[in-house]
Design a binder for this molecule. Structure first.
Ligand SMILES: CC(C)(COP(=O)(O)OP(=O)(O)OC[C@H]1O[C@@H](n2cnc3c(N)ncnc32)[C@H](O)[C@@H]1OP(=O)(O)O)[C@@H](O)C(=O)NCCC(=O)NCCS
Length: 146
């Protein structure tokens, strides 16, 4: 399995595979328009690839706050429990080398597997936001210092 940072993002030939993972496995996937409106310099996209792309993670970067906001992470079901920890470790190293010192994310109260993964990776709960998602469910806001 190869891990890579994709830069630039929008001209990446295999972006459609990333978007397909988003559509297949995220509860609230982005539209094509949302993907196309990414401002390259403020985002970091990571992929895991073994032939096809089997995982990705997308961050919005706020260098002024030394902050990386994890917007999306998807690992294909065949690779869950296999590559996620090493894939995330690569992302941490890369973000740290970009000068960032903190990762922030929101996760649904219903997504117990993702919550467990983030806890295992060292994320701490910051606060809970009520009525955060369109179905009225809560979000857990979590962060990790790099
Ligand atoms: C979130 C995601 C990237 C995590 O990667 P993963 O490979 O599944 O994570 P891991 O298997 O390493 O860790 C998940 C942990 O949750 C545990 N787990 C699995 N199902 C669970 C459940 N229903 N309730 C609680 N814990 C659960 C696993 O046992 C594992 O813990 P362990 O390593 O201590 O045994 C992956 O599940 C995924 O892509 N999910 C779909 C997209 C998604 O929800 N993304 C996150 C949006 S915020």
């Amino acid at each position: 399995m190869n891990f890579e940072r994709i830069d630039p993002i929008l001209s990446f030939k295999e972006l459609s595979q990333v978007i397909a993972l988003d559509h297949n496995f995220m509860t609230y996937p982005w539209s094509e328009k949302q993907w196309k409106s990414i401002e390259e310099k403020n985002y970091a996209l990571y992929i895991a690839k073994s032939g096809p792309i089997l995982a990705f993670a997308l961050y919005q970067l706020s260098p002024a706050e030394s902050l990386a906001h994890l917007l999306k992470i998807v690992v294909a079901p065949t690779q869950q429990g296999v590559v996620s920890s090493s894939f995330f470790a690569m992302q941490k190293n890369s973000l740290s080398s970009l000068g960032l010192s903190r990762i922030y994310l929101e996760v649904s109260e219903k997504n117990l597997r993702a919550q467990q993964f983030y806890k295992k990776m060292g994320f701490e709960l910051l606060r809970v936001a009520k009525n955060y998602y369109t179905d009225g469910s809560q979000a857990l806001m979590m962060q990790l210092h790099l």
